[in-house]
Design a protein around this ligand. Structure first.
Ligand code: SF4
Length: 269
């Protein structure tokens, strides 16, 4: 587990949150995938999914409340994820109620194959990625049908690959993230400013907080980026850092440095 530079994954005190990758690798084959870039650099291009049991307990070593991106280098609902992995991960999430664990999937229709929705811990936030109108149906699978289940449901419109019409249904969505494709691939689809502004306006009309990622700065001035988090975020993560939030006499930075996986660098996603 390590600090992440993913800008929406942060703590209320302004410090970066963490990424946690008990699994690495993915079979979705997105042409802009940064995980594949990492695999090319460190694993001879092998981005086939694998599980690291020794990483499962990592959040247990972090008492200070943090926002933790679960599975930034995989899809935790991909067909390659085994039920027993989720069982172990869920136990860690339940054992660490001081943290928020957010995960993003492109296969939200598979969420219920692994998880019992009305028994989910409130510190597990489920999100899906939607690039264009063609994928808008994915949102139906992350909407929360139960009042009793409190975890945030969110949508990451990144990379934003098209315009969304005003009739897009954002009911039941608690948070919207917008970002554009980065990198230099030949068929890269840069976002248009009007796509971003309109999508943000639709979400705002629904009363949904919007987070615009830093990579939109070529389109929108940094000071004009919307940086809104769900209210649950501030209520959940206490910004006060206490002296006893240190384990085993080690400071937080030391603890993280010791656990850093050099091969598992996280780029923006
Ligand atoms: S879903 Fe994410 S990890 Fe999987 S190929 Fe696409 S970008 Fe990469």
């Amino acid at each position: 587990m390590q600090r992440t530079n993913i800008d929406w994954c942060l703590r209320p005190d302004g410090k970066p949150g963490h990424s946690w990758n008990p699994a690495f690798g993915c079979e979705h084959g997105c042409p802009y995938c940064y995980g594949q870039v990492i695999a090319n650099r460190f694993y001879k291009g092998d981005f086939s999914p694998r599980f690291y049991p020794d990483r499962v307990a990592q959040p247990n070593g972090l008492r200070k409340p943090s926002m933790i991106f679960l599975g930034s280098m995989t899809d935790m609902f991909g067909v390659w994820i085994e039920q027993i992995w989720w069982d172990e991960i869920l136990k860690v999430i339940r054992d660490n109620p001081q943290h928020i664990f957010a995960t993003l999937t492109k296969a939200p229709e598979r969420i219920r194959s692994y998880l019992v929705i009305d028994e989910l811990p409130p510190n597990l936030w489920l999100g899906t990625t939607v690039e264009s109108e063609d994928e808008a149906r994915r949102m139906a699978w992350v909407r929360n049908p139960y009042e009793s289940v409190k975890g945030v449901r969110f949508v990451s419109f990144e990379p934003l690959h098209g315009k969304f019409e005003w009739d897009i249904d954002l009911e039941g969505i608690d948070w919207v993230i917008i970002g554009q494709e980065t990198g230099n691939r030949k068929d890269k689809i840069p976002a248009k400013k009007e796509w971003v502004i309109e999508l943000a306006s639709i979400a705002t009309d629904y009363g949904i907080p919007v987070w615009m990622k830093d990579n939109l700065v070529p389109l929108i001035a940094k000071e004009e980026l919307l940086r809104e988090m769900p209210t649950e975020w501030k209520n959940w993560l206490k910004p006060v850092i206490k002296a006893d939030d240190i384990l085993d006499g080690r400071g937080e930075e030391e603890l993280e440095a010791g656990e850093l996986h050099a091969k598992d660098m996280v780029l923006s996603r």
